[in-house]
Write a protein that binds this ligand. Structure first.
Ligand SMILES: Nc1ncnc2c1ncn2[C@@H]1O[C@H](COP(=O)(O)OP(=O)(O)OP(=O)(O)O)[C@@H](O)[C@H]1O
Length: 312
């Protein structure tokens, strides 16, 4: 089978006057990792809970592997592994009991259950912890176990709510590897985060959400190209900085310059070639330039530019 494996169609979810999800549509092709990114209160968890059939939309629908979360929640659940952002309270059971419980809850029996359990313990690197109680586990190990729980019935689609939150860099790299491996094996994965850079490397595409709206969607490179043609240029002049500022403002692509001592800082729309031409032009006008610093907008700058930092 091919085609889109996750699809949101005009999804809405209102809580009284709060529009937690306000007309969101996008789709994720089979085998892709989609990063769902937005600040606190953006509507990520609400939409993921609807995808996981834990809540219903106010309007619109979503499809998992072609099945509607509204009309066919049972069929959706069989195809879906959900990793919530909170672990739940299972302090006194050990890791293999925990996974075994979810294997049984998903209807796995006999040899099939034993084999699947062994595979999950190996894949998530939790075999050594099989007999350890959950209460003693580190955050990183709990996240592995939680991923294992979402994987236990070998779902086609995985919805992971902020799995990288609170992990140290090593655990984050391990998580990234596991997610890539699952996607390469054909699973379709939707993963959320507050932080674009946290997901950029592992995602085939991302959607940026704020106040229930999808503000941008596409590949990370595409969004960055679209939004960040702007560089920030800082030029240090020996003298006549006022005149230089006035002259620069007449040039195409130059934003309003800000003066700081001998430095002039401004946004500039253009690639390296246009930048070199601008510097040559200003020197050609007789201004004495001592230093030029060019700063291309980072992914974080782009994220801050796309979202306005508004929280409901
Ligand atoms: N059950 C509920 N009742 C009332 N309001 C809710 C409910 N669930 C979510 N909200 C509101 O909906 C909005 C979106 O919340 P949601 O948890 O989906 O955001 P989020 O992007 O997951 O944020 P975070 O990153 O902080 O988890 C927020 O304003 C939140 O207060």
């Amino acid at each position: 089978m091919s085609g889109d494996c996750i699809e949101l169609r005009r999804l809405h979810r209102f809580f009284g006057k709060t529009k937690a999800v306000d007309d969101i549509s996008f789709s994720v092709p089979r085998g892709h990792v989609f990063g769902y990114i937005g600040p606190n209160g953006a509507g990520k968890t609400t939409s993921m809970r609807i995808l996981a059939t834990l809540d219903l939309p106010s309007y619109g629908d979503a499809y998992i592997d072609g099945f509607s979360v509204v009309n066919d929640p049972e069929l959706v659940r069989r195809r879906l592994g959900f990793m919530p952002d909170a672990f739940g309270t299972y302090r006194d059971v050990n890791c293999s009991e925990y996974l075994d419980f979810f294997a049984r809850a998903n209807g796995l029996v006999g040899r099939q259950r034993t084999q699947r359990l062994a595979w999950v313990l190996d894949f998530t690197g939790t075999r050594g912890l099989a007999d350890k109680p959950i209460r003693g586990l580190s955050k990183g190990m709990k996240q592995r176990l939680c991923l294992g729980r979402a994987l236990i019935h070998d779902p086609a689609v995985m919805i992971l709510d902020e799995p990288a939150a609170g992990l140290d860099p090593r655990a984050r790299i391990d998580l990234r590897k596991m997610i890539r491996e699952l996607a390469d094996g054909g699973k379709t994965i939707l993963i959320s985060s507050h932080i674009l850079t946290e997901l950029a490397e592992m995602c085939d595409s991302v959607g940026i959400i704020e106040q229930g709206h999808l503000l941008a969607t596409g590949s990370v490179d595409g969004i960055q190209r679209q939004r960040a043609q702007q560089r920030e240029l800082t030029i240090r002049f020996l003298d006549r900085i006022d005149q230089a500022a006035a002259q620069l403002q007449t040039r195409p692509g130059v934003g309003k310059p800000i003066m700081d001592g001998h430095w002039l800082r401004f946004e500039f729309e253009g690639e390296a070639e246009e930048q070199a031409d601008l510097v040559a032009w200003i020197v050609g006008q007789g201004f004495r330039v001592t230093e030029v610093v060019s700063h291309k907008k980072s992914l974080e700058d782009v994220f801050l530019q796309v979202t306005e930092g508004l929280v409901q």
